[in-house]
Design a protein. Structure first.
Length: 338
């Protein structure tokens, strides 16, 4: 999407559960929505960090897996056809002459909207990088911290490092695409879901995946692009592998990122808001979910849903100052009737 310009009524920065539910509430008011997220798929932490984690505090659902909650939210907002800019980070913000906000991502995609809802969870997730001295030399030249396009690894010699859900899930997914796949983990036990561990072990027994446990990638080399990976193995000789790609999947660290430079009032890496509508100190910019702070704040998905509901009521007034909100109950009208 690099170089394109996207116009919408409500720009939502963050495609986690709060951001997704904001699409639903805005859709009820016939507002067009577009979401930006640095991660390559919607869902935020629920998708990237713990998709198999059970959640117990969603009303009406005694228990639901995090990944299933994201799928349900995506199905819920599908009738409103939101747009997505994924795998890109919201970088700069400025006000245009016509009063709209202009947000440009790190890849140059331009977004224009009269109202913004920042729903970035704990902030912009940045990859946890392994302590390999020259790893920066090979970033986007064989080293990738996020899988944006799985097909890009088709026919490649691939090394994945990590022991959590992300490393296991991508090992399972890419096993049939890669020419060779090696999974490196510093322990013998994996932290991921038991069924994922079982699938990886089965792939290893079939010869589709090579497992190196009690091992760590300690060196990378290549001429302009990654060509070789050095692996230290506890109690054994080091291993040198020819490789086209290396995926160190050690999770993500939350940081406020460029949003911290937008002139918002911030307290301890959280954005201060007015609880009337969760608006920030900049009129037309709202902050909802875990990224905001106010007296009595609770970092719960349930609270994020409530904040999104009130936020879009005021966002509507910024997008359509000459229109009156017509509030309708979905129990009476349904979705199609709105």
């Amino acid at each position: 999407m690099e170089g394109t310009t996207i116009e919408t009524d409500l720009l939502i920065i963050g495609a986690g559960p709060t951001g997704l539910f904001a699409v639903f509430e805005a859709g009820l008011l016939k507002m067009r929505c577009h979401l930006i997220d640095y991660l390559p798929q919607p869902g935020g932490q629920l998708t990237e960090i713990y998709p198999k984690k059970p959640i117990y505090d969603i009303p009406g659902l005694p228990t639901i897996l995090a990944g299933d909650l994201v799928r349900n939210l995506m199905n819920q907002i599908a009738p409103f056809r939101p747009g997505f800019t994924l795998g890109e980070r919201a970088e700069t913000l400025e006000k245009t002459e016509d009063g709209r906000f202009r947000v440009v991502t790190d890849r140059g995609t331009v977004h224009l909207a009269p109202a913004i809802a920042i729903a970035g969870g704990l902030g912009c997730f940045e990859p946890r990088k392994p302590p390999i001295g020259n790893i920066a030399e090979f970033e986007e030249k064989g080293v990738h911290y996020i899988v944006r396009d799985p097909q890009a690894f088709a026919g490649q010699r691939l090394v994945i490092a990590g022991g959590g859900d992300s490393a296991l899930d991508w090992t399972i997914y890419l096993a049939d695409l890669a020419a060779e796949l090696v999974l490196v983990h510093r322990r013998t036990e994996f932290r991921g879901a038991p069924d994922s561990v079982e699938k990886v072990m089965e792939l290893a027994s079939q010869g589709k995946v090579r497992l190196l446990t009690n091992a760590q990638v300690t060196g990378l080399s290549g001429n302009g692009r990654l060509q070789n990976i050095h692996i230290d193995v506890e109690g054994a000789s080091p291993v040198d592998l020819p490789a086209d790609a290396f995926l160190p999947l050690f999770g993500l660290s939350p940081k406020l990122g460029p949003i911290a430079e937008w002139g918002l009032q911030i307290d301890k890496s959280a954005i201060e808001v007015d609880t009337f509508d969760y608006q920030t100190n900049i009129p037309g910019i709202f902050a909802i979910g875990d990224i905001n702070t106010y007296p009595g704040k609770l970092k719960l998905i349930l609270c994020g849903f409530h904040e999104a509901t009130l936020c879009v009521q005021s966002a509507f007034k910024h997008a359509f100052p000459d229109k009156k909100i017509s509030f309708k109950y979905t129990t009476v009208t349904g979705i199609d009737g709105l």
